[in-house]
Design a protein around this ligand. Structure first.
Ligand code: SAH
Length: 251
């Protein structure tokens, strides 16, 4: 029986891969991957490594989670080093917990290799610190996948009244409703919002707006994209180091 490495691939910039992830990718007999922010990572694999794509096509999972679990199990029976590669961190909306539980139940050894999550690194590359002294003492990372007007929503919207930072992942297609919901719970209409697309890559784009106008401004940005709501967005005026450097290199 082989060992499965539930491995974070980081947000896009290949240098944001951990040394440990790079080691197991080089040793892998098989790599099972989703749509990755940086497919160049796969080129680090040794000759003869098998690649299995289980990600999304046109917004639909080509394989349901149960079948992905099954693929991991079958690979562990066949190979020594099985790398399950996921964007960002495997335990931040990555379903790594489900895969780990499944492997545990079947007696397959596994290891988790945390990755740099997009939730923190993508704002950082847009010049937005998720916490800042005197501005935000906490940050939340929230799924934007669930429509805010859904009945029996599990998201505690009423807790979002403070000025602290909220990062929504998977939320671009619900941006309109998310912004309306935050206004509904009492946030000012001119509260700052950023949407960052393809973060940490040379195609990174950031759109800044308010709860009132962000949807119109950002709705057509390409995915992956995340939403940052909070006063920390204003720090970007001074801290926008990465896009400034992209502009300089484009000159
Ligand atoms: N496990 C991942 C998140 C998976 S959910 C992590 O830790 O980063 C996928 C969501 O992450 C996307 O819908 C998007 O909101 C966000 N995301 C991932 N990579 C991104 C990137 N390079 N730029 C902007 N958002 C990104």
């Amino acid at each position: 029986m082989g060992k499965v490495y539930l491995t974070g691939a980081g947000p896009g910039d290949i240098e944001l891969l951990t040394l440990k992830a790079a080691r197991v990718i080089k040793e892998a007999d098989v790599i099972i991957y989703d749509r990755l922010a940086n497919p160049e990572i796969l080129q680090m694999a040794k000759n003869g490594c098998e690649f299995i794509y289980v990600g999304k096509a046109d917004g639909k999972h080509i394989l349901p989670q149960e079948q992905i679990n099954e693929v991991l199990y079958e690979c562990a029976k066949k190979y020594d080093v099985v790398v399950r590669l996921k964007g960002g961190d495997p335990f931040v909306f990555g379903r790594g917990g489900e895969e780990g539980k499944y492997l545990y139940e079947r007696g397959i050894e596994f290891e988790v290799i945390p990755g740099i999550t997009s939730a923190i690194s993508v704002p950082a590359y847009a010049g937005i610190p998720v916490t800042h002294r005197g501005v935000s003492v906490s940050f939340r990372v929230v799924t934007g996948h669930e429509a805010p007007n859904k009945e029996a929503s599990q998201i505690p919207w009423e807790n979002f009244k403070t000025d602290d930072t909220i990062v929504f992942l998977m939320g671009l297609h619900n941006l309109d409703q998310i912004a309306k919901k935050l206004i509904e719970i009492g946030k000012p209409r001119d509260f700052p919002v950023a949407v960052i697309s393809k973060g940490t890559t040379p195609e990174q784009r950031t759109v800044i707006g308010t709860l009132e106008d962000i949807y119109e401004k950002a709705k057509d940005l390409p995915t992956p994209a995340l939403i940052v709501v909070g006063k920390v967005v204003e720090l970007r005026d001074e801290l926008n180091w990465f896009e400034r450097s992209l502009e300089l290199s484009a000159v």
